[in-house]
Design a protein around this ligand. Structure first.
Ligand code: GTP
Ligand code: MG
Length: 354
């Protein structure tokens, strides 16, 4: 997962040349002649040196960049570093505005800053890149369980996206997750368009042991969603998960149909399901679906097969909606709550953090 981007970023950290650093200056260093001080005894000098080293190490841990004294990074080196970073991020399919934001973050983390002499330049660059990436991931947090616990019953959730991204599989995984927590679930077979879609959801409902509300193929999906919510209300069920047909963002008839389901069902949450392998395309699709029905959160699928990580890094920041879950396989348990920490751990070996 994300192996290609991960190794490219690592390559950047490990390349910093020695000449990238300006000569070291000590804090308060001056050419003025200082009044003579009585020399400390050898024992006292050793004690002071040890104490200073200890303090410097503690400070360096907290503040590797922007220490008051230390080495400074040359501007020319920064240009090279930012160029390499840009190439790595573009190759990983990171959206352009996010590439710029990460570069800006790294630049402001390093330009004109001194860093403590206890750190190598590699470490300082790594620190600045991690900081900038963490900043763009901050918006991505969405605590689904907390949100769900606060909603009026039944909680209806609609899943939208283009063909084959993993909507139906994600519905089965969320149903499984909710049922394990003791909630009751109704599935709404709102994909009345694709042959076999109703049967596919029925198999999941049978395996999971939950209710499914379905009409015949080509029926009005808005009516299916309405009936499922009605059923859940009368039986006091907790959640209604509404499947929808996959549709290209360019197909206006199907986009209008989705708007109708949205108007009738008034879902508490509309989830865009995007295929991480689509990279920047997934980001562009999310924008169109958001304009049509208003996305509240994202599920990013197939990240088990995604070596680039571009969509995971940029989708939430670009559309301003959080990633609720990532799907990392075909089993019911293969779904993970997304967080900035989770992504950071997969992009950077956190064991190597400063
Ligand atoms: N490797 C992997 N495969 C997945 C994941 N999620 C879904 N799939 C597979 O992707 C394929 C499509 O999944 P579906 O859930 O049918 O996708 P959909 O969006 O409902 O598709 P349509 O109904 O045709 O629009 C299936 O073969 C799934 O098993 C995932 O996280 N990882
Ligand atoms: Mg489907």
């Amino acid at each position: 997962m994300f192996d290609s981007l991960k190794s490219k970023l690592k390559g950047i950290f490990r390349k910093t040349p020695k000449e990238a650093v300006l000569p070291e200056l000590q804090e308060g260093e001056t050419t003025a002649v200082q009044p003579a001080q009585p020399a400390p005894s050898r024992k006292e000098a050793a004690r002071i040196a040890k104490q200073q080293k200890k303090e410097a190490k503690a400070l360096a841990k907290e503040l590797p960049v922007a220490a008051d004294s230390g080495k400074k990074i040359k501007e020319g080196f920064l240009d090279d570093l930012l160029w390499e970073l840009e190439v790595a991020l573009m190759e990983a399919d990171v959206a352009l505005p996010v590439v710029e934001e990460i570069k800006d973050g790294v630049r402001s983390g390093l330009v004109g800053k001194k860093y403590h002499r206890d750190h190598t330049l590699d470490e300082v660059v790594e620190f600045a890149v991690k900081d900038a990436v963490r900043d763009v991931l901050k918006i991505n947090e969405f605590d689904f369980d907390d949100w769900f616990s606060k909603q009026q019953r039944p909680v209806s959730i609609m899943f939208v996206g283009i063909n084959g991204t993993g909507k139906t599989t994600a519905i089965a995984k969320i149903a499984n997750r909710l049922m394990k927590e003791g909630h009751t679930v109704v599935l709404a077979a709102g994909d009345t368009f694709r042959a076999g879609a109703i049967e596919q959801l029925t198999i999941h409902a049978d395996r999971l042991g939950c209710k499914i509300v379905k009409h015949s193929q080509n029926a009005d999906p808005a009516a299916v969603a309405f009936d499922a919510i009605d059923h859940a209300k009368s039986k006091h069920r907790d959640a209604v998960l509404i499947d929808t047909a996959g549709r290209m963002q360019t197909n206006s008839n199907l986009i209008d149909e989705m708007k109708k389901i949205d108007r009738v069902a008034k879902p508490a949450l509309t989830v865009f399901v995007g295929d991480s392998l689509a990279g920047n395309d997934a980001v562009e699709q999310a924008k169109v679906f958001d304009q049509a029905v208003g996305i509240d959160a994202v599920i990013l699928t197939k990240i088990d097969a995604d070596s680039k990580g571009g969509a995971a890094l940029s989708i939430a920041h670009t559309i301003g909606k959080p990633i609720a879950f990532v799907s990392n396989g075909q089993g019911y348990e293969d779904i993970v709550k997304f967080s900035a920490d989770w992504m950071m751990e997969r992009l950077f070996d956190q064991t190597q953090s400063l």
